[in-house]
Design a protein around this ligand. Sequence first.
Ligand code: C2O
Length: 549
Amino acid sequence: EQTRHYKFNIQIANVTRLCSTKSILTVNGQFPGPKIVAREGDRVVVRVTNHVDHNVTIHWHGVRQLRSGWADGPAYVTQCPIQTGQSYVYNFTIVGQRGTLFWHAHISWLRATLYGPIIILPKLGVPYPFGKPYKEVPIILGEWWKTDTEAVISQALQTGGAPNVSDAYTINGLPGPLYNCSAQHTFKLKVKPGKVYLLRLINAAVNDELFFSIANHTVTVVEVDAGYVKPFDTEIVLVSPGQTTNLLLRTKPYFPGAMFLMKARPYATGQATFDNTTVAGFVEYQKPYSVSAFDKKLPLHKPTLPAFNDTSFAANFAGKLRTLATVRFPANVPQSVDRRFFFTVGLGTNPCQVNGTCQGPNGTKFAAAVNNVSFAMPTTALLQAHYFGQSRGVYTPDFPVYPLRQFNYTGTPPNNTMVGNGTKLVVLPFNASVELVMQDTSILGTESHPLHLHGYNFFVVGQGSGNFDPAKDPANFNLVDPVERNTIGVPAGGWVAIRFLADNPGVWFMHCHIEAHMSWGLKMAWLVLDGSLPSQKLPPPPSDLPKCG
Ligand code: C2O
């Protein structure tokens, strides 16, 4: 076990995409940002220094942060933001995880450009269960706006309408040849025949779930969200914002110069408008790639992707994922439950403050809620408020266990689309075994929501379409080898059931990883109390923890 030190300087860089140049926030001038590489068991120490005129935090998405909640990163949840000219050292140990995760900014929409891979290698001498790949390649899917993304979201929140959709998707920051003036910004993966490549696929897009496929090649899914799964072959992968998927690509005996497109484009179930474009990159056998080869229209193989609203592909794909569950990597699924929760997740509306001028439905403004509570961000960090006994006026511990009003969630929408507001937390005793059913609502139409839980992995014990039936559905829960992950799509017009053991004290954010929905309030937080033993308590905060204001 070793300590890995990194320096992240938040600084401006000018980047040109789609023939227009803009200033973006970067780490160390790089876009996408630098890789964090560590082995399971290593300590990671990242000194983040803010050199820009904007508050910043960094989140280590999917890292469990066992008893290191001060290093988790969501602004106003576990820390106040790092202000201009200040630094904060994120210090955490990787416990019981191996695979691919990613880091991203966790304040406003800064994660649109501030993101990069986290690669967790197995402990020294421990092999991958799927054998040793010839090469490992991160593939980060992202989303690009020609304009400043902070302006995109602040304009949407001011007008009460939906934010402008992006101008392109990207693979490792590059939109690829299907966009205007973008051929020189194309990701190319050069391969040799007859080898195995480990593709570390990350969806860092801001607002879209994405299908991904490589022409003429089947891939094997071996890992999701830094946990091994039972391998299965597929031509198409679905990956939601916040999810990571490791794939084995077995190259074939193709001739040098053979070229195959890899493509990603959205899976969109409810949105009236979304960025309906396609990012492409190349897999090229051996010979160096040249732009002119593509322009000259040499034979190029293209993959086919499902229709943008193919919910049955999504349900099938989700159903194939099973955790590996071997002696070495057991599935510790909670077999009994101490606390049961039923959360509705979905969009709704809030009254328009500036009378009649809001662009949301029927002159209201867009909102989104969990159990009818649209989360109001506090102005000081929740974890600090809890730790120092200063919760008064910051949050209330009364997040509803069930929705306040029941209705047919997937049928006719209710007349009243209004949701309430509040900064409410669920309080859990240490080591409580939790079962949470999340039900998509049809308040403003059914739509898939990738829900991300900080500080935990959970087991996805059940999922289905329509309304969850508490009398029938639990009998079919998988308590043997359910997939273990940190982000799960609540299916459009359906439900998902997860279980986790609350063994990590702290305040843990849970939210839709579609940034537009998160901005509208589709978020809440769990407060997990300390246990009685010293090893069950959250240590005091580091002395450089940023202060608010
Ligand atoms: Cu990847 Cu709370 O985020």
